[in-house]
Design a protein around this ligand. Structure first.
Ligand code: WTA
Length: 661
């Protein structure tokens, strides 16, 4: 957003402008010697063996790593417990009375728990879960607002060796039910509701709708968060209030000694089919990977207040709200609500109020802040910040520079971190005390991470663009897809003879070895940092009784990175105006948008829906999404010679130009 301060923006955006670590930062940084790359590259196993010393093993591990893609193990023979590593080990290091979490509710309520208090809360809940019959290896689904109790629930599961499956609170009953059924969860932990922009999101109502279809669930634990006057129906014999459950439990619960390869959690993410994948992470490698990357990338010290704004429903919340920072003994900032409530400066107010030192957020948020104007952060004292980060989508150089200037005060290094639900922890990112950061580039691969770019034949490309690939295993990598190892192998390792892990992103490398992530190259969209499969949205649309066929694409969007656009053909006879569809085209489109939101969750609601008599198809019946993208982005339409009926394109263009939709 142009302003006087941004007058020299174009100078800063020249292709090779790099930002060296500020001298003051580099001097004290935990990693400030580039030799780490050579050391790690020369002997990755020795590097990770060394990093594993960060973890308080209950039984020492025997081998660093074994096996090759797709099936590998890390730190086999070792036993540990993540709740013990995040709590007991910190208390033993003298952090008993240090704030583990500073929580701010959307209504302004603030609560702080120390490491000792958090351990007590976790132990009580762990005992409570046991009293409900949860045993080691059982699955527990978590569908909760951003609260201390949500973090405590994850840690309570880890403490007793139960496998947690957190489902983002924005997902619908149907999405929740699908995830519960896939994992056969025995217990669901939820809340009456959560606060968002001053309103209650009725989580328990949504959960109750899901629970009609989840025979595996025996008990439901309900946190009272929305409270009076919010009503919440409890089913006798099945539902128990969180506070009633924990109030009668002892303060101590010995942590289970988990094998390094025992499953810690399942987290569902979108893929190229309609069915989400249950990504499986195990204990030892994930512990080492998250502990090490948090220390290296975020340069955590005992004085830091670390704020990662991600919801615990996403992997970023797992690795950098919970497991990474707590294993490092940090003070974690946790905020319940929306960035624009009650005003658009809420985040800056929080940073100033709690002296946040490290701030980690998504490009979509940064672009919204940019739009809202630099005057808002200027109202607050952000001088506590010393490092800022970005994750989840490509950050455009303009947003990078704005972040650097208006939030980082040209003093804080920026880490642009690339990784995925599947990778468990950060894979590509500059190190803030070492790397000269380049706007738009995530940076070099992390030490001991072997990332490269390959062409269509699987040959490595030294410079220029291609497909991102990872050559060798890393500690936090997914081990399988829950209940579907074949899909695991096919999705990530079937290309190029299984030589590489295939993340599904395009990338480009510059002469310094920095990687720019160009976005997904499969049928997965990245909308405001959230992964959504085009097939999932298409299945939701086709599920509507009036819809015959749907094609969903992502088009570039100024704020969200990508926006969902759907082209829909209605069934014969079901024209707009048929009862249940809507009297006008606009009404029908709105009905279909809401239908998707109800089926999947508001995050998947299409930005635009176009009703069309036909879709562009090849003679073999394949929908040519590339052409639909051309139309949606207002480009000249590409090669249409393979279309069965080239005239379709003309009709579609007219339709798109028609503002009535
Ligand atoms: C994208 C989120 C560019 C990418 C941690 C990846 C990024 C997907 C970046 C994973 C980044 C993540 N720059 N793109 N720094 N970080 N992505 O599983 O397309 O929710 O494949 O994990 O987000 O999304 P996921």
């Amino acid at each position: 957003m142009p302003d006087s301060k941004d007058a020299a923006l174009s100078d800063l955006l020249t292709e090779d402008r790099r930002f060296a670590p500020p001298a003051a930062f580099a001097a004290d940084a935990r990693v400030n010697d580039a030799a780490i790359y050579d050391r790690a590259g020369a002997d990755p196993a020795a590097f990770w063996a060394n990093e594993a010393a960060r973890v308080p093993w209950m039984t020492p591990w025997e081998t660093v790593t074994r096996g090759q893609f797709p099936h590998v193990t890390w730190f086999d023979g070792g036993k540990l417990n993540l709740a013990h590593a995040c709590l007991d080990a910190q208390i033993e290091k003298g952090r008993a009375n240090k704030a583990a979490i500073i929580w701010e509710g959307e209504d302004g309520e603030v609560r702080t728990v120390t490491y000792r208090q958090l351990r007590r809360d976790v132990c009580r809940l762990a005992n409570g879960l046991k009293s409900l019959g949860v045993e080691r290896g059982d699955r527990v689904a978590i569908y909760m607002p951003m609260t201390i109790e949500a973090v405590a629930t994850m840690l309570a599961c880890a403490r007793i060796g139960a496998i947690h499956s957190v489902v983002f609170g924005g997902f619908s009953a149907e999405s929740l039910a699908g995830r519960i059924v896939d994992a056969s969860a025995k217990v669901l932990v939820t809340a009456d509701g959560g606060w968002r922009r001053g309103h209650v999101v009725a989580l328990k109502d949504e959960a109750d709708r899901a629970l009609l279809h989840t025979p595996s669930v025996e008990k439901v634990v309900v946190l009272q968060r929305a409270r009076d006057p919010f009503p919440c129906k409890m089913t006798p014999g099945r539902d128990v209030w969180y506070h009633d459950l924990v109030s009668v439990q002892p303060d101590q619960c010995p942590p289970e000694a988990m094998g390094a390869e025992d499953v810690l959690f399942i987290l569902y993410t979108s893929g190229t089919t309609g069915k989400p994948k249950g990504i499986v992470h195990t204990t030892g490698g994930y512990a080492v990977g998250t502990a090490a990357t948090t220390a290296m990338v975020f340069d955590l010290t005992d004085d830091d207040v670390f704020w990662c704004t991600a919801d615990i429903g996403w992997v970023t919340g797992h690795s950098y709200v919970v497991y990474g920072p707590l294993q490092n003994g940090a003070t974690v900032m946790l905020y319940e609500g929306a960035p624009d409530f009650p005003r658009r400066d809420r985040f800056w107010e929080i940073i100033a109020r709690h002296h946040v030192t490290i701030f980690y957020t998504a490009p979509t948020a940064i672009r919204a802040f940019m739009k809202w104007g630099h005057e808002l952060p200027e109202l607050h004292d952000l001088s506590s910040l010393r490092l800022i980060g970005s994750v989840g989508e490509p950050i455009n150089p303009e947003a990078w520079i704005w972040y650097h200037r208006h939030i980082g005060a040209e003093r804080c290094p920026i880490v642009d971190t690339w990784w995925q639900t599947e990778t468990g922890h950060i894979m590509i990112s500059g190190l803030p005390g070492v790397t000269a950061m380049k706007p738009g580039y995530a940076g070099p691969p992390m030490p001991a991470i072997d990332a490269c770019i390959v062409d269509d034949d699987g040959n490595e490309v030294a410079r220029g663009s291609g497909t991102l690939a990872i050559r060798t295993p890393w500690p936090g990598m997914l081990r399988t897809i829950w209940g579907d190892d074949e899909r695991f192998k096919a999705t990530y390792f079937s290309r190029w003879g299984g030589r590489f892990y295939f993340p599904g992103d395009g990338a480009k490398r510059d002469e310094h070895g920095n990687l720019m992530i160009l976005g997904r190259i499969d049928d997965v969209l990245n909308v405001a940092g959230h992964r959504i499969g085009t097939m999932e949205v298409e299945s939701a649309l086709v599920d509507h009784p009036a819809v015959a066929e749907a094609a969903v694409i992502g088009r570039a969007h100024e704020l969200k990175g990508q926006a969902i656009v759907a082209f829909v053909t209605l069934k014969d006879g079901a024209t707009a105006g048929t009862p249940g569809i809507g009297k006008t085209r606009a009404e029908t489109c709105e009905t279909l948008r809401q239908h998707v939101a109800a089926k999947i969750g508001a995050l998947a609601r299409p930005e635009e829906v176009y009703l069309t008599a036909d879709l562009p198809k090849t003679r073999s019946g394949k929908i040519m999404r590339r052409l639909l993208r051309d139309i949606a982005e207002g480009r000249a339409v590409g090669d249409t010679t393979t279309l069965a009926d080239p005239a379709v394109m003309g009709r579609l263009k007219d339709l798109y130009a028609d503002t009535d939709g």
